[in-house]
Design a protein around this ligand. Sequence first.
Ligand SMILES: [Zn+2]
Length: 411
Amino acid sequence: MSIEALVSLSRYYGSRPEYVVAGGGNTSFKDASRLFIKSSGIALAGICAGDFVQMDRAALSQIGERSYPLDAAEREAAVLADLLAARTAGEAAKRPSVETLVHDLLPFAYVVHTHPALVNGLTCSCSGEESARTLFGDRVLWIPWIHPGYALAQGVKKALSVYRAAKGPPPAILLLQNHGVFVGADSAEGIHAAYQALMDTLRACIREEPDPGEPVSSYGASGDIAGVLRELARKTAPPGSASFQVCFERNPIIRRFVRDAPSFAPLASPLTPDHIVYAGSDPLFIPVQPQAGPDWVAHLQEAWEQHLDKTGRLPKIAAVQGLGIFGIGTGEKAARRALELFKDALKVTVYAQAFGGVCGMCRDGIHFISTWEVEQYRSRVADIPREKHAEEQGGLCHEVVSAYPGAGTSL
Ligand SMILES: [Zn+2]
């Protein structure tokens, strides 16, 4: 048993952008009676032993046996209460990761769950399941889209039991459609070996590496447009919202996707829950590069208002044709994170070409994530410093802090 090994595994994967972007993913260690799982909202890259929550496995397995309300919101609230009650004594100040139940189900001492762009090129593709079967056979278990949290845990439980009955002990790798991968092993070396085999096999299929080239943070009218977007966000956000920041990027891949509306079309719908949580579910595409002069301000304003009318939310991403992409958020960190996650979606889209093209999340899944309190908590916690997070852990668990109007994707 080694929490130290769990910390170093977590830091290893958390500090590599090919596995983890913007603090996503979670890790765990278990013995017969206890599960140590990452606290929600803590980034793996700088995690410490004290950032893991100790859970009672007997209490966790009872959650899997209990019946819950059919209504998704009521069910998730009831499960969350039971999950919090499954913390061992002295752990009340920490909130376990939303995927705790899945970690508990996997029969491995160590589990490392990440959302690598390369793996999601497969899980977010049109022929993902078929390609996974061809490439890996029974060495992976494909889990079709299921809402994260309790529903996912129940789906995984059923899939593991079907696999066990037909084929024996489950494989070390679970591929989750439009989400990411769970890798399990009884040693850190086993985790590394399974990830290596997975990534090597996928990389051999890739037709094109989405090399971002040299990024540019200012180009043409980008500075002026950022100012207008910041002002539009300020004017249309509810009174009392934190101040908005806007950041810009242009690189060779971005240029390709903002060439025109058809080029941007694959990105109009989010690919994974993380893309929704941090970059929003409705990127705004503004056709025609605005030229200097009074007209482009009106053009941006019109596009912004149409977007608000259509979606009921402020965009976290605005793409301007021929120019580049703007991340919009309450604060510099949130704006940068929106941009990072959107660039991740670009990479996934390029990788997915090798597997029949990209396939976004279903409408039902988008709606679920957009309104899920647990994800709002994760997004919210990622924006506050660690010391403040520790102070607020107990009191803010159920607070939903929304800077944006309408239900859903709040920062
Ligand atoms: Zn995940």
